[in-house]
Ligand binder design. Structure first.
Ligand SMILES: CC(C)(COP(=O)(O)OP(=O)(O)OC[C@H]1O[C@@H](n2cnc3c(N)ncnc32)[C@H](O)[C@@H]1OP(=O)(O)O)[C@@H](O)C(=O)NCCC(=O)NCCS
Length: 181
């Protein structure tokens, strides 16, 4: 990765720019600049400011931000420690900066966070028809568990253009030399 990145955790002051950033990466014309997007599958927003604020204040949750030296937001990921796993969501990279390793860097930071929180695995859900994204996550060590979840019907998260389903993916976290069961 050529850009020097700094990782920080979001505060309330980051809510407006985070909501703008996530919507730009997931939906609309700008999202189509990236190598993977859900803009062809969903209309509407990915999230609003109230939703970001709610996620920020969930128990044992954090938004990790990747910024360049000038403080420009280049990537983010939401992490929530649950008893059985670390739940990872809203991984997003600036569409103009994708393919340079920022996504991988954020996934590595999630593994470090899981170790710090004592979470034995990381869980995420991915829309089942996003084959290129599923292949990416599998190359990063995430495997489908066989479980599925319905796509949320709450239109605050978008309006599907076709029936959508979510696949549950997990990755075991390595603690030292051991995988903790
Ligand atoms: C998913 C996302 C976070 C990845 O971030 P990124 O910074 O581009 O990721 P990286 O640079 O670490 O890796 C890019 C990967 O894409 C692959 N890639 C690049 N162009 C591609 C293409 N046209 N088709 C398929 N894969 C491609 C690269 O080979 C690389 O994979 P590898 O490291 O296994 O070789 C980013 O694309 C994004 O924000 N997408 C929109 C939001 C989203 O859909 N988030 C995930 C929701 S679950």
């Amino acid at each position: 990765m050529s850009t020097a990145l700094t990782l920080t955790t979001a505060t309330d002051a980051d809510v407006p720019r985070l909501a703008r950033f996530v919507n730009r990466a997931y939906r609309g014309e700008d999202a189509r600049l990236g190598w993977t997007t859900e803009a062809h599958l969903l209309d509407g927003q990915r999230i609003d400011e109230a939703g970001v604020e709610e996620m920020l204040h969930l128990p044992r949750a954090t938004f990790v931000l990747a910024q360049d030296a000038g403080g420009e937001l280049l990537g983010c990921v939401h992490l929530r420690a649950c008893p059985e796993h670390l739940y990872l969501s809203m991984l997003a990279v600036d569409p103009a900066r994708q393919g340079a390793g920022i996504g991988r860097f954020l996934l590595q930071s999630a593994e470090e966070h899981a170790r710090q929180q004592g979470c034995p695995r990381i869980r995420m859900t991915v829309i089942s028809v996003r084959q290129e994204l599923l292949a990416y996550y599998q190359r990063q060590g995430y495997q489908p568990t066989g479980a599925t979840e319905p796509f949320p019907t709450d239109t605050r998260f978008g309006i599907p253009r076709q029936p959508l389903e979510l696949l549950v993916l997990e990755k075991e976290v390595i603690f030292g030399d051991e995988v903790r069961k």
